[in-house]
Design a protein around this ligand. Structure first.
Ligand code: G6P
Ligand code: MG
Length: 213
């Protein structure tokens, strides 16, 4: 029986993927690299430095570690300009209602995100207090598909992995949850997320029945 739900943040609770894209695109332009929305799919769920490596690989550019850190910092500054302007209305449709339903039915809820900006985003959306546990990119050392982020969330909630379900929009995230022995629900594209136990388009009209496996 499912006792807890763990949510990825970017692309599940809120569509920050578009802000990541705009900031990476600006950086790619500065480096004279052609970078489009299709390339951007490869960055979902992937850490900041790994994302930069993918972009440099697309542009066939090699940089020193110190230069890479500078560029990653630059991208993050631009990205933060977007997220610092975010509003509660940007929470994706149905998410708040679903979270409240889970709480009312005594299920535990957590965030399991690779982002080091997760707390800033959750603060902007007034969503900090609703979660029983928030594990973000500052609390883990291994990136998805390593299950560390989800295992830590389960531990903080004192719930066994097999009693957790993970909501994810990235392939790496679905793989991480599966390796961690958790149930998986893909949020988004059915073709991309076909490895998940279930797939939904979003949280509009989703109720607790989705937790029956
Ligand atoms: C999430 C996003 C990725 C992003 C990563 C790190 O997993 O899906 O696109 O690169 O977080 O985010 P950060 O905010 O720390 O740069
Ligand atoms: Mg995501």
């Amino acid at each position: 029986m499912i006792k807890a739900c763990i949510f990825d943040l970017d692309g599940v609770i809120v569509d920050t993927a578009k802000y990541h894209y705009l900031a990476w695109k600006r950086l790619a332009e500065e480096l004279n690299i052609n970078f489009n929305e299709e390339d951007n799919e490869r960055l979902k769920g992937v850490s900041r430095m790994k994302s930069l490596d993918i972009i440099l690989e697309i542009g066939n550019i090699t940089l020193k570690e110190s230069e890479k850190l500078e560029f990653a910092d630059k991208k993050n500054k631009w990205y933060r300009e977007y997220i610092l302007k975010m509003e509660e209305t940007e929470i994706l449709p149905g998410v708040k209602i679903f979270l409240n339903q889970l709480k009312q039915n005594n299920l535990k809820i957590a965030i399991g995100s690779a982002s080091k900006n997760a707390l800033t985003i959750l603060q902007r959306l007034n969503l900090i207090d609703i979660f029983d546990s928030i594990i973000d990119g500052n609390k883990v050392s291994k990136a998805k598909p390593d299950p560390e982020v989800f295992i830590k969330a389960a531990q903080e909630m004192h719930i066994k992995p097999e009693e957790c379900v993970v909501f994810e929009d990235s392939i790496a995230g679905i793989q991480a949850a599966k390796i961690g022995q958790m149930k998986t629900i893909g949020v988004g594209n059915h073709q991309t997320l076909k490895e998940a136990d279930k797939i939904i388009n979003g949280f509009k009209n989703i109720d607790l029945k989705i937790l029956e496996f």
